[in-house]
Ligand binder design. Structure first.
Ligand SMILES: [Ca+2]
Length: 470
């Protein structure tokens, strides 16, 4: 058997094992699951270049940088997609965008987003089945309130936050949701205002305190630093000379989120949970355009940004800390992606993965052990596809494939497809077999539309008077 066949068989074996829920179980202590608490924190639109530990010079992120120094930092981790909803769909279900249900953002005439189906396998359900208490606190985006995709029906014992992605475009919304109840906020005028991010952090701290006696999983999809760039205080950036208000606000938002991650870390320590809690920090897609990208070099050395399948749209920061289990200061180039998280959590919790997943547990990488590699990673978004295979990255737009050697050319500048006809053929075959149609493409909202609608009011288009022909 040559090396390629060996790797292929190894990955097929791993995929089979994940179906049985046993992937890499031997890598846990003595074959028994370690069952740590899991806190998975995800930023929104934070790019590969926005953190100090990934090369950022202007925005201060001391707490996340400390997490990396005390734990592991992955250099080649990828989000599920280049924008919010499909990336979350991938993360929750362990299926890449060729297989998962939701493959794009789509506005509805009511508050909320297209729901994932009732029988979806989510990491919330998987961990509930293993006896974990689960919470989602933050931005959901996978089903309007009461639908099959409501987080309370998708594996979360406790839910608090924005159901609707569009409403999360303001940090001062009229309301959030706690389970099936609307929580009205003080954002309709008056002196006091509720900054949603602070409420999410307070809820997260309370959940950790209330559940510290038995294993829990906290999924914390923060909305920082997605626009609008609103923040209660500019903090250490208030007096930065030469910085625009936008630049100060973006930096202050990210530093505020970093501060709160520090507060969570301190609580874990104070509760005596440090040795039994895995904390992960990542982002749902690459740096958004606008100020995030241009003012702070949000994609770092990568090409492209949010919305693109070039590296800048999908490669994500990933740091994880678990004292005594993850080696301090570890750095790994293991190629991994959001669809690996469901089998990873399952392995840690000793849970069965009953249905299909495209993921491979990355627990061995976290623990410094031998890791089964993906033969390839696959994305599709609109009319574009991408494949990562070893050092190679293929990017396809409107049927035209370009090929980059990421070892030598991380910025995807030199298309080498003409020199690699065999590889191109192989990648085209991977793309063809990785796509399965999804009913999502034909999904239509047919429910009631409440008076006034659930959508934020949009300004009426002004009709411009035509200039007279001169
Ligand atoms: Ca996003």
């Amino acid at each position: 058997m040559n090396r390629r066949d060996f790797l292929k068989n190894a990955s097929a074996l791993a995929a089979g094992l994940s179906l049985l829920g046993d992937a890499g179980r031997a890598s846990t202590a003595g074959g028994k699951a370690l069952r740590p608490n899991i806190i998975y924190i995800m930023a929104d639109d934070l790019g590969y270049g926005h953190l100090g530990c990934y090369g950022q010079k202007e925005i201060k992120t001391p707490n996340i940088d400390r997490m990396a120094a005390e734990g592991i930092r992955l250099t080649d981790h990828y989000a599920g997609s280049a924008v919010c909803a499909p990336s979350r769909s991938v993360l929750l279900t362990g299926l890449h965008t060729g297989h998962c249900y939701v493959r794009g953002n789509r506005p509805l005439p009511v508050e909320g987003n297209v729901p994932i189906p009732a029988d979806s396998q989510t990491f919330g359900k998987v961990m509930q089945s293993a006896g974990y208490t689960t919470a989602c606190i933050g931005k959901w985006g996978l089903g309007y309130p009461g639908s099959t995709g409501d987080p309370t029906k998708q594996g979360f014992d406790h839910w608090f936050g924005y159901n609707c992605q569009r409403q999360a475009h303001s940090y001062y919304p009229t309301h959030l949701w706690r389970n099936d109840k609307k929580v009205m906020l003080r954002n309709r005028g008056g002196a006091k205002k509720d900054y949603s991010h602070d409420l999410l952090t307070a809820e997260a701290l309370k959940f950790i305190r209330d559940n510290s006696k038995k294993p829990f999983l906290l999924y914390l999809p923060y909305t920082i630093p997605h626009s609008a760039f609103q923040v209660p205080e500019l903090g250490i950036y208030a007096d930065k000379s030469g910085w625009s208000k936008t630049k100060k606000s973006i930096a202050a938002m990210i530093t505020r989120m970093d501060r709160d991650i520090g507060t969570i870390a301190k609580l874990i320590k104070d509760l005596g949970l440090d040795a039994n809690t895995l904390v992960i920090f990542t982002s749902d897609n690459g740096s958004a355009g606008g100020g995030l990208h241009s003012l702070f070099k949000g994609s770092g050395p990568l090409r492209g940004k949010k919305g693109s399948l070039y590296e800048g749209g999908i490669r994500a920061p990933f740091v994880a800390r678990w004292p005594g289990k993850i080696a301090r200061g570890a750095v790994s180039a293991h190629r991994s992606a959001f669809w690996d998280m469901l089998p990873t959590f399952a392995e840690l919790g000793g849970a069965k993965v009953a249905k299909e997943t495209d993921g491979i547990s990355l627990v061995p990488t976290l623990l410094g052990k031998k890791q089964t590699e993906h033969e390839y990673l696959y994305w599709e978004f609109g009319k574009a596809q991408a494949v990562r295979m070893g050092k190679w990255k293929a990017y396809v737009a409107k049927g035209k494939l370009s090929l980059y050697d990421l070892d030598k050319d991380i910025g995807e500048t030199a298309d080498l497809s003409a020199d690699q006809p065999e590889l191109v053929k192989k990648i085209k075959a991977i793309i063809a077999k990785s796509h399965r149609d999804t009913p999502w493409s034909n999904w239509k909202y047919t429910g009631p539309i409440p008076e006034g609608g659930g959508r934020p009011k949009t300004r009426k288009k002004r009709t411009r008077r035509k200039k007279p022909i001169q």
